[in-house]
Design a protein around this ligand. Structure first.
Ligand code: PGA
Ligand code: MG
Length: 226
């Protein structure tokens, strides 16, 4: 029985550690409004989050009946990044229990990282704002040069940074992309109910679904390899 497992917990960001949808929703509607389009509802935008900001922009313009070509998408993505930079923590809050679990895992000597399809700059700014950065030894954003989730590369990049192997870690996430990346990397995955997923969370293929981050410690103890 290894009571030191997991040596690291890797967290997804949007919908897992933070509830960022209200700020992404506000930002995308500003972007759409500039073109006389939208607005989209919050649930609509929630269903578009999880594959990076560029995908969110692409999906939003399709949803309002105005699909973009590749050049337009590049321009609107740049504009979105500018708008979102002013909305990173206006409406965004930590997920209930996020601070507590991060502090508790840190106290137990468990290493932590973030693997998110959100770009690096907003990711780091948000983690700084909430005071979580000191606890996170590996923060891998969507534009960090490795392939986004559901590819396994962000998990491998985080493990590399932590000096650990797949068998040392578990991923906590909320989406199909998270489960896909964990499976591809060969690490267990816990899904958080109430995150951002267009597929019902019980159907995304996670090892375990938890109702809240307050359940994470007990869940990890139950998953420990014999
Ligand atoms: O889609 C995004 O921008 C980020 O999503 P993630 O933090 O859930 O990976
Ligand atoms: Mg997510």
């Amino acid at each position: 029985m290894s009571d030191t497992w997991p040596r690291a917990v890797l967290f997804d960001l949007d919908g897992t550690l933070i509830d960022s949808a209200p700020d992404l929703h506000a930002s995308i509607n500003i972007l759409l409004m500039r073109r006389g389009l939208g607005p989209l509802s919050l649930p609509d935008v929630v269903s578009m989050i999880g594959n990076g900001v560029k995908k969110l922009v692409e999906r939003a313009f399709i949803a309002v009946g105005h699909p973009l070509d590749a050049d337009e998408l590049d321009l609107e993505y740049e504009a979105m990044i500018g708008i979102y930079a002013d909305h990173l923590t206006v409406l965004t809050v930590l997920t209930p229990g996020a601070r507590e679990i991060v502090e508790e895992l840190h106290a137990q000597g468990v290493l932590m990282g973030v693997v998110t399809n959100k770009p690096q700059m907003p990711t780091e700014a948000i983690l700084d704002h909430f005071g979580l950065s000191p606890y996170l030894d590996a923060v891998i954003g969507g534009d960090s040069g490795v392939e986004k989730k559901p590819a396994p590369d962000m998990i491998f990049a985080a493990l590399d940074r932590l000096g650990l192997r797949p068998e040392d870690a578990v991923l906590v996430g909320d989406s199909v992309a998270d489960v896909g990346s964990a499976r591809a990397a060969g690490i267990p995955v816990i899904a958080l109910r109430g995150g951002y997923t267009s597929v019902p969370v019980d159907e995304i293929g996670a090892d375990i679904v938890i109702d809240g981050l307050a359940d994470l410690l007990a869940t990890l103890a139950g998953m420990r390899p014999a």
